[in-house]
Design a binder for this molecule. Structure first.
Ligand SMILES: [Zn+2]
Length: 175
């Protein structure tokens, strides 16, 4: 599957579409994408670019495995743990978090992501409906179960974990 990057010309409004591979789309960062700002418009030749739009990639097991074993790959220049703190990624994170081929830094990011996922599902219940809170409690219980077995990993990853996350999450884990 190809992923699209579109570039809108500021002068003639033409939209040029470029194709990225899954790996390019997943691991391209600001610097790689910035190059498209300077490409000539295919219609008027202008290098004035109005905007660049990159299709986002859902992280799957293949991407997570590549990422976990290669220090040069990142999903974003910062806050990768926030990107990974998504219930949609919970299962693939659990499949990888004990993989000893994964680099320590990547395991720390996965651990931090689970802490953020727990935080997101316990913070401010008053802002959610009761059925939303039931769903959040179910997710929180699964994450607590996963994290409770990994206290030493959490201690190791705590340099990545924000204080406001620690404050709410650590007591739930008896840390
Ligand atoms: Zn143009």
């Amino acid at each position: 599957m190809k992923y699209k990057l579109s570039r809108t010309c500021k002068d003639c409004k033409n939209v040029d579409v470029f194709e990225l591979t899954k790996l390019q789309a997943a691991f391209s960062h600001t610097d790689d994408i910035d190059k498209f700002w300077n490409v000539n418009c295919s219609v008027c030749g202008s290098t004035n670019c109005k905007m660049i739009n990159k299709e986002s990639v859902k992280i799957d097991e293949e991407l997570l495995n590549l990422w976990g074993m290669d220090s040069n790959l990142s999903f974003a220049t910062q806050d990768e743990d926030i990107i990974l703190a998504d219930v949609a990624y919970f299962d693939i994170i659990l499949n990888s978090i004990d993989d000893d081929r994964f680099l320590d830094k990547k395991i720390d990011l996965l651990t931090s992501a689970l802490c953020i996922l727990l935080f997101d599902n316990i913070v401010s219940p008053e802002e959610y409906t009761s059925s939303e809170n039931q769903q959040r409690q179910r997710i929180a219980a699964l994450v607590v179960k996963a994290l409770s077995k990994r206290k030493s990993s959490i201690i190791r990853a705590q340099y990545l974990i924000s204080d406001y996350v620690k404050k709410l999450v650590f007591p739930k884990l008896n840390i």
